[in-house]
Design a protein around this ligand. Structure first.
Ligand code: ES4
Ligand code: ZN
Length: 323
């Protein structure tokens, strides 16, 4: 059996805010003089039982209160990159949620500079590389997304792309066409969450209205055979997060995850961790869960890792180097 951590891989669906481990929540709270409504990390972790995406998002946003300044974001980024490196991640295209911080009075510069500090330190220590993708919160006004994009461009934030996350149902991607158009014209790469809790129509909006290059999650494409063939024909990568789907009840259990059907239909599937501090595991643990549930052979596991490199926004020469 292949040792999963030994396979060079790229992580493509990872919210840096979702790597905030309960222990770090407490450490940063103490340093920043913030009172938390829990006694300790263990009591906080005990709250990590979710009914659905919304119940998760509430605690995810609540915990952000401990991220106050540049140094806090640097700590978060460095801790993730170190853990990801141990999982065999050689490059990560990392989501962050600018609006989740600016609405709390933390400036965009503190967030971005802090993340870059942490990632640059990890790169110097371990060689792992990263790219930042700014996600817009789809349950907040479009005007706020537009002004956030303008500010990112005005401060020349070192981002490679934009994404769309938060509550999918009731917040259609089609509302964000202008935001994604503007980002594309600025030379940014485009991705969006779709088909996590929403159905095939949500995925079609991400493809047709936003022109995304990858679909984050996309698991509900199994409900539409024509959409599945289209995704296979166009080789659109899906960034699948198995443990996330289990923990947010997008699937009943790991054994009923549609991953085998998606692989079988020839889709460009990649495996990722989403919010590893909340969903019981980093990317290596997501690979291990599907290997175990579906008895995947070494060749399939190697192909999933290979797919993650091909689906990245790295130039082809770096992709070749990793392979
Ligand atoms: C998220 Cl799992 C998931 N889905 C949508 N938005 C998110 N933000 C952070 N994690
Ligand atoms: Zn996500």
């Amino acid at each position: 059996m292949t040792r999963i951590a030994a396979l060079p891989k790229v992580e493509l669906h990872l919210h840096i805010e979702g790597t905030l481990e309960p222990e770090l929540v407490f450490e940063l709270a103490r340093e920043n003089g913030i009172d938390l409504p829990y006694r300790d990390a263990e009591e906080l972790r005990a709250r990590y039982a979710f009914d659905d995406l919304q119940s998760f998002l509430e605690i995810y946003y609540e915990n952000l209160v401990v991220l106050r300044g540049r140094r806090d974001f640097a700590r978060l980024a460095h801790a993730y990159a170190t853990r990801a490196h141990a999982a065999g991640v050689v490059h990560a295209e990392v989501f962050f949620d600018p609006q989740a911080h600016t609405v709390r009075g933390v400036t965009l510069t503190e967030v971005v500079d802090g993340l870059m500090d942490g990632f640059e330190r990890a790169h110097a220590e371990l060689g792992i590389t990263t790219g930042l993708i700014a996600c817009f919160l789809r349950d907040r006004p479009v005007a706020e997304a537009l002004s956030t994009l303008d500010e990112l461009l005005a401060v020349d934030a070192p981002i490679i792309g934009v994404g769309l996350d938060s509550a999918e149902v009731g917040n259609p991607a089609s509302r964000f066409t202008e935001v994604f158009d503007r980002a594309s014209r600025a030379g940014l790469r485009l991705v969006a969450h779709a088909g996590e809790e929403g159905g095939p129509d949500s995925i079609l909006q991400a493809l047709d209205d936003l022109a995304v290059e990858r679909v984050d999650h996309g698991i509900r494409s199994v409900d539409d055979p024509r959409l599945m063939s289209r995704l296979a024909d166009e080789r659109t990568p899906l960034t699948i997060c198995p443990l996330s789907n289990v923990h947010l009840n997008a699937v009943a259990d790991i054994a009923s995850h549609p991953l085998p059907e998606l692989i079988e239909a020839g889709l460009h599937v990649t495996i990722n961790s989403d919010d590893p501090a909340y969903f019981g595991g980093y990317v290596d643990q997501n690979y291990a869960a599907i290997v175990d549930a579906f008895d995947l052979d070494d060749q399939t596991v190697a192909r999933l890792a290979h797919n993650s490199v091909d689906a990245s926004f790295l130039d082809t020469s770096r992709q070749q180097e990793i392979h």
